[in-house]
Every structure is written in structure tokens, then in C-alpha cells.
Design a protein around this ligand. Structure first.
Ligand SMILES: [Mg+2]
Length: 104
């Protein structure tokens, strides 16, 4: 599926107001739910297969809110993916893929 098509479908399912701030909160909240998956897996609550199922759902939720946030900021969703890949390729070419910080 194309990122822009996905983004449009996400926007069609949004309910309620405050889309700008709630989209940001949603990214953070769903990222927390993703972390809960690995926490519960490590605690022994479920096996690797169940971890995969749960993470698939939570990653989808993160993706959903990311798509809405991008829309609210007027950022083309395809552009996010393309710029991210370009950034990583540049770091790889320069031998700077390790480390931290955006300005490597
Ligand atoms: Mg969720």
C-alpha cells in the first residue's frame, strides 16, 4: 500500500476534535503500548508468537497516529519515508550509522 493512500484512509477514520494535539499524544501513547508488549513478553506473560501479534497491532497504531500527525503538520507521508531512508543511506555511506543525535 502507498503511504499517501494509507494516510487518506487513516484520516477517514478519525473521530472527535483536537486532531492536531491528539495525533501527537496518540503517537506517544501507542509507543508506550508497544513497550508494554515487550515488557509483558519478558515477564513471561506470552510467547514470541503472541509478541509478534501484539506488536503488529501496536506498530499499526503508531503508524496510524504518525500518519495523522504528518497530515496535521502538512507533511507528505511519502516524504517522511523517503527523507528517513536518505538520511540513513547518508549515514551508512559516511560510516556514521552508529551513535546518536540527528546531526551526524
Ligand atoms: Mg494500541
Amino acid at each position: 500500500m502507498d503511504f499517501q493512500e494509507y494516510q487518506k484512509k487513516c484520516l477517514n477514520t478519525w473521530i472527535g476534535g483536537e486532531k492536531f494535539i491528539r495525533s501527537f499524544l496518540g503517537v506517544s501513547g501507542e509507543a508506550g503500548e508497544l513497550l508494554e508488549c515487550i515488557n509483558k513478553h519478558l515477564r513471561g506473560d506470552f510467547d514470541r508468537e503472541e509478541l509478534k501479534k501484539r506488536c503488529t497491532r501496536e506498530l499499526g497504531d503508531v503508524l496510524y497516529y504518525t500518519a495523522v500527525t504528518a497530515h496535521e503538520l502538512g507533511i507528505d507521508f511519502n516524504q517522511i519515508a523517503e527523507e528517513n531512508l536518505a538520511k540513513l543511506a547518508k549515514r551508512m555511506a559516511e560510516g556514521k550509522i552508529r551513535g546518536d543525535g540527528d546531526n551526524r
